[in-house]
Design a protein around this ligand. Sequence first.
Ligand SMILES: [Zn+2]
Length: 401
Amino acid sequence: MDFFPENITGHYAAEKKAIMSLCNNRKGYCIADLARHLDASIPKVTRIVSEMLADGYLVELGKIGSSGGRRASLFGLNPNAGCFVGVHVGHEGLTVAVTDFPGNVLSVVESIPFHLESTESSVHQMCEKVRTCLKNMPVDSERIAAYGVDLTGRVNHQTGYSYSYFISEEKPLRMLLEQEFGRAVVVENDSRAMAWGEYVCGVAGDEGTILFLNVGWGLGMGMVLDGKLFYGKSGFSGEFGHFPLLNNDQYCRCGKVGCLETGASGLALHRLVTEKLAQGRTSVLSPAFKKGEDITLDNILDAIKKEDVLAIECIEEVGATLGRALAGLINIFNPDLVVIGGRLSVTEHYLLPPLKSAVNKLSLNIVNNDTHIKVSQLGRTAGAIGSSLLAKGLLLGNIEQ
Ligand SMILES: [Zn+2]
């Protein structure tokens, strides 16, 4: 069995992809249900399902009772039909996740050391690390159907170009990756992949509209609106971090002044802490600071874990600023769920109370009453898991390229 999307073509291709998309929700379907969804005759669907069983795409999951006494068979995706690899490329390293056809997470490896650079050779190094990692995972490489790769910055998933990292002027990143992996690849922005991971496999339940805030070194957002990822015209939606909200006179990485990210992100937390240390405030970080050592974001997150009062004050300030901006988003989107993810989500006990207080104070109560705010369940694995699920979407024709 071959896994390239173009091989689910030919006879009844559209119907086969539609059946796989339907079964993607992990439910079993009987022939009558499938015929109704496809608006096709029972004999035709019976024939298509038989072919898909023979090809290994579907399996019989069991039987259901029926009024006629004869029990109809339920069909679902065959877990062994193939698997999908998701790769999250971050400044803190790589995470690789493998999911099967029904969407179960088979294996995840986190924190693979990798230095992200904006060059073509960096792409090759990343692919080498992924291949080495997969060799040590319980995955048959022949069964890998497609890859998903998410990374920070501006990414156009349709053209496959990345505009912030892994930049190649001649070829889109997706093409470079397809040459490396020998399989179809989808590239995605990290916050959007994380949002999709949480939506399908994480903290989301029946919620159809979720906003995922990726509070890392920067601040990004992925949106699932009515069950679908929202991209905008060119895939650049969700640049919440560059919302020009603050009158703080702080230069942003984008070159502008007063972006939300300058007050609500890991970068902002780092600035607040080091400013206070420079003013002579006492902290567990003071000795290292006085010696001139670099204070990293991980050092600060560690200090918060150790209940350092100065670092806690700063994360509370970040939470209040983020909550003020989130109040506006909740008024606009009226979401079911807001998920707080990214590196700073580990500080939830200090980040969330001021954030929720600002949301309660500043958003319209009739709107925010609808909204739950939860911390990411998948944590550092959200991007890689989301990317692997998007790779399956590519194979099933749910992603346009
Ligand atoms: Zn900015």
